[in-house]
Design a binder for this molecule. Structure first.
Ligand SMILES: [Zn+2]
Length: 296
């Protein structure tokens, strides 16, 4: 498995606030002006024409305390105005219309939803389309940005170059054990005729096997999926550690992807407090990074 393919790119060190995007947040303009917004990007996606993607870090936002600074999750206890300001900042940085974004309310399930223009026209609001009970999104529409939030769980990016279609999946242990990876790939096969062998995938940063101690119930959940022994480590004190990133990688292989088409972030969110929020490390009192993917 490749461990170092993510390219850390400081894409903008001198951020300029646009008047229209921030007209409701004037009190915070000073805080966000001239702030860099680093994005993590996969090397095999970053030069694909018409494909926008990235994973934010905790740097470059306006939130404070445990949410410092680029918290993109509203259901965290953070001031919602700051979260919306952070979101506007990210979308402006990507030159994306602030209303053209889909943001699921994730539930660690395996529901992957197809986003079409019709669905968009019917259900979207000025701040985008919010979908409850959804952990994966797939589309081939242009101009709609898929966004999921993470802080230890893994964002999984799928790109079908043959049909120019994408999926973005929120993969924690529950979703992975319940088959959300297969569900996401199945949605692409059904909707676009995607062949798994041609999919290019990226597994973003999440909690590493170094830090992810779990209980027996997690191992039992995975045993139903006949998980590979390689994803488990038991230390001298009989503590169980799950390498969830490896479990996701193996799921992708099981679904028919070519291992050479999968890039994997090497960073552990729990081991890098300066760069990432970590739900486990901070005992739940923390922010969320965002993973984004869209076609233009
Ligand atoms: Zn770690």
């Amino acid at each position: 498995m490749c461990g170092g393919c993510l390219v850390f790119r400081v894409a903008c060190t001198h951020y300029c606030v646009t008047e229209s995007a921030y007209r409701n947040h004037n009190n915070l303009m000073e805080l966000i002006n001239h702030t860099g917004l680093p994005l993590l990007q996969f090397s095999h996606f970053k030069n694909v024409a018409g494909l926008v993607h990235g994973v934010t870090t905790r740097k470059g936002g306006v939130s404070e305390g445990p949410f410092f600074s680029l918290n993109l999750g509203t259901q965290t206890g953070d001031d919602p105005q700051r979260v919306y300001c952070n979101r506007h900042k990210l979308l402006s940085h990507l030159s994306w219309n602030p209303s053209s974004v889909v943001i699921p309310k994730q539930v660690h399930g395996k529901n992957v939803v197809l986003i079409t223009k019709e669905r968009w026209d019917n259900d979207s609001a000025p701040h985008g389309l919010v979908l409850s009970g959804v952990d994966g999104l797939t589309t081939k529409e242009t101009g709609i940005l898929l966004m999921i939030k993470v802080a230890d769980c893994f964002p999984v990016f799928l790109y079908d170059p043959a049909h120019v279609a994408i999926s973005l999946i929120h993969a924690g242990w529950r979703g992975t054990a319940n088959g959300i990876i297969a569900q996401g790939i199945g949605a692409m096969r059904k909707s676009f005729g995607t062949k798994p062998k041609t999919i290019k995938a990226g597994i973003g940063p999440g909690i590493g096997g170094c830090c992810y101690e779990v209980k027996e119930d997690v191992r039992e959940a995975f045993s139903k999926q006949k998980s590979d022994n390689a994803v488990w480590k038991i230390d001298a004190d009989k503590k169980i550690f799950l390498d969830l990133k490896k479990a996701i990688f193996l799921e992708l292989i099981k679904c028919g992807l070519n291992k050479n088409n999968i890039e994997v972030a090497s960073e552990c969110t729990s081991c890098n407090p300066d760069l990432f929020f970590s739900h486990r490390r901070e005992k739940g009192q923390t922010g969320r990074m965002a993973a984004v993917m869209g076609l233009v």
